[in-house]
Design a protein around this ligand. Sequence first.
Ligand SMILES: Cc1ncc(COP(=O)(O)O)c(C=O)c1O
Length: 285
Amino acid sequence: MLLDAPTVDQSLHAAGYRRVDPQEAHLRVDDLGATRGDGVFETVGVFAGRPVQLQPHIRRLQHSAGILDLPDIRAEVWQEAILAAIDAAGGGDLSVKAVLTRGVEGTGSATGWVLAFPAPDSQRARREGLDVVTLSRGYASDIAQTSPWLLQGAKTTSYAVHMAALREARRRGAEDVIFTSTDSFVLEGPTSTVVLRAGNELITPATDQGILACTTQELLFQFAADRGIAAVARPVPVQELRSADLVWLCSSVRLCAPVRAIDGRSLPLDTELAQDFLTYAHREG
Ligand SMILES: Cc1ncc(COP(=O)(O)O)c(C=O)c1O
């Protein structure tokens, strides 16, 4: 169901955003976001009406727009629009998408919108865990340095490859994916960040390997720090993933879902951290 939500008007002359009916047409068929996937976006998780990590999401939208040479966003307008969308949706558990595209071809004016809709149910994933396959991303872990035009580290609207990887996982009888680099490092999931537990330490792949900086993992590491658990971001060789005590996939709406099997090999399932973190995210996010 689409909910009433405001549209952010990114045109240089406009003061802010306006609320529109999402059931009506707004996006033009010659918008470069639609025709070329040329844009950036964020998905903000909302729990009991509260957005989690709102500022980090807005900062990442700003960062992604910068990488794509899109206009600098006005953070306060996006923040207000997101809060208004949550309000218009009546609160509760929501997923809020904030999108900025290069706009209608030839106009030089970006298109932006915010849409809030009910969050998909993530209970089962958090409780029972995920079956995951590793898939090669087809490039080396230094991609961001060697080929910056590939826009690594930006959250672009070009997610066709990410969605294809998830379909490949389903063909293999799994539900989710962990991408690996051609030089055998762990990268990220198509829509999530990987966190491992080895002994008493939480480990996540460092973002200088061309992966997205994750707002949920940032909050998870804050949660770990509050509990005196060591947490580090560094390159993670694939064999370390295979020998990890526990693995989670973290993202804004599902939060941290435990992984119960990788490439058919079972892992111990700890749903406790996922549940504790859920409570923490509701409170601190
Ligand atoms: C490629 C990728 N990595 C990581 C994440 C997790 O980021 P966040 O927790 O900030 O949503 C996402 C989220 O959609 C993603 O698409």
